[in-house]
Design a protein around this ligand. Structure first.
Ligand SMILES: Cc1cc2nc3c(=O)[nH]c(=O)nc-3n(C[C@H](O)[C@H](O)[C@H](O)COP(=O)(O)OP(=O)(O)OC[C@H]3O[C@@H](n4cnc5c(N)ncnc54)[C@H](O)[C@@H]3O)c2cc1C
Length: 397
């Protein structure tokens, strides 16, 4: 059958899936709702598992050239203004996990994947093509677009994000779970970052019901600021501009050294974070889910996009192994991905409660446990996540 594989969504997951599938010889058409393909102007952290994926996708060198290589993950106590612990990302880390840890501008990451797609004759990219739903029979799946058009494919991959329309039909579940955590993002020129905070680190300041993350971006020209306040916000929000005073409201109780980060941020935008309880029915005949459409997560393990890329690599690998045959291939993909991604979703929630936002004795206990770990302990803790290339389905160690 010559019908292409249809992919709903041209985000990081959808483009990675297009590259991975085309690399196995499958023709692909990406259907993106927006009028232009792109990403928001903020940063993203990439574990070594993301770099394993880049290599499989054939964009390893270009992605490496865009990244900033932070030399540690640093956990700070936002009340005391002091370091709790750090994870060294140097030689020993890279040797153990066979790749580095890095941070990158989302636009650069998306651009790397997009260029790879544009250069591949097996990949078609369509914008202003919102997928509303699908029908299928023994021969093919037909995607229904918002403009009334229908498109026939051998498979349909729903990579259409948190509010996925494909998922609505595959899983038929309720809307995403609103976490009540409000995140504010800002990107500033490096010279506006106080000199004593210009650390070559992905830094997390953890305080009661709030935390702050910052790291350098784009060849050290920018700093990415992401600050989160657990204020029980009831409704999902995405990318809404907010005033400096509103951001500050959640951080008045923390140490001045941490609080100054709120003051230096500019043009803050707000998101109310959502995730979903893990489910296992990601597949309906010729249709499967991928990335946030399948397993949206809070960002506290910095793994949502990494998992989407792992999904892409795994999907292409197992479909190839099954000769493109959909029933066995999609089911094998689902089996390999469900537990690993569920662990990321559930562990991200737990980290929010026990590491990012506790107070009082709970926070003291966090500090005692985290400070007591050796570098070897940290590397062992992270083995299941960073040691895998997404193909072995590793969810335990
Ligand atoms: C504050 C924050 C920080 C984060 N930090 C990190 C991090 O450091 N590291 C990390 O790995 N992850 C991080 N993540 C998670 C990461 O951003 C997401 O998991 C990842 O972008 C998901 O990619 P995706 O392609 O699955 O979905 P999306 O990025 O949501 O892409 C979906 C695409 O589908 C399109 N679309 C939507 N509906 C339709 C439709 N019906 N038809 C066609 N197209 C459609 C959309 O326009 C979009 O282009 C973070 C998330 C947040 C909120």
């Amino acid at each position: 059958m010559n019908d292409p594989i249809l992919i709903a969504g041209g985000g990081i997951g959808g483009l990675a899936a297009a590259l991975a599938l085309a690399a196995k010889g499958f023709p692909v058409v990406v259907l993106e709702k927006a009028a232009e393909l792109g990403e928001i102007g903020a940063g993203i952290q990439l574990g070594p598992n993301a770099f394993h994926c880049f290599d499989t996708l054939g964009v390893g060198d270009t992605a490496r050239a865009m990244a900033v290589y932070v030399d540690r993950l640093r956990l700070m106590d936002a009340m005391a203004g002091e370091e709790i612990c750090q994870i060294d990302l140097g030689e020993a880390f890279r040797r153990r996990f066979r790749n580095p840890y890095a941070v990158i501008h989302r636009g650069d990451l998306h651009g790397v994947l997009l260029r790879g797609c544009r250069d591949n004759p097996l990949i078609g990219l369509r914008t202003s093509s919102e997928v509303l739903g699908y029908t299928q029979d023994a021969q093919a799946v037909t995607a229904r677009l918002a403009n009334g058009e229908t498109l026939r494919g051998r498979l349909l991959i729903g990579a259409d994000g948190l509010w996925s329309k494909v998922r609505r039909q595959v899983v038929g579940d309720t809307p995403p779970r609103v976490s009540g955590h409000t995140t504010y993002r800002s990107v500033i020129p490096v010279e506006q970052m106080p000199e004593d905070l210009r650390w070559n680190a992905a830094t997390l300041w953890a305080g009661p019901k709030c935390h702050i993350v910052h790291y350098p971006l784009s060849g050290w020209k920018l700093f990415n600021l992401v600050v989160t306040y657990h204020n029980n916000a009831p409704e999902p929000v995405a990318g809404q501009p907010v005033t400096h005073a509103e951001v500050l409201r959640g951080f008045t109780h923390i140490h001045p050294k941490a609080q100054q980060i709120i003051h230096i941020g500019r043009d803050w935008k707000l998101w109310v974070l959502c995730d979903r309880d893990p489910v296992e029915n990601w597949v309906d005949g010729r249709v499967a889910l991928l990335g946030d459409a399948a397993h949206p997560t809070l960002q506290y393990m910095a793994q949502g996009a990494c998992m989407a890329m792992e999904d892409a690599v795994c999907l292409a690998h197992v479909l190839d192994q099954h000769g493109g045959e959909h029933v066995g291939g999609l089911e094998a993909y689902r089996r390999q991905r469900v537990l690993r991604t569920a662990r990321v979703v559930l562990q991200s929630r737990a980290i929010g409660d026990h590491v990012y936002h506790p107070e009082g004795v709970h926070a003291q206990l966090r500090n005692a446990i985290m400070a007591g770990k050796s570098q070897q302990d940290w590397y062992d803790t992270l083995q299941w996540l960073y040691g895998s290339n997404g193909l072995d389905g590793s969810a335990a160690t």
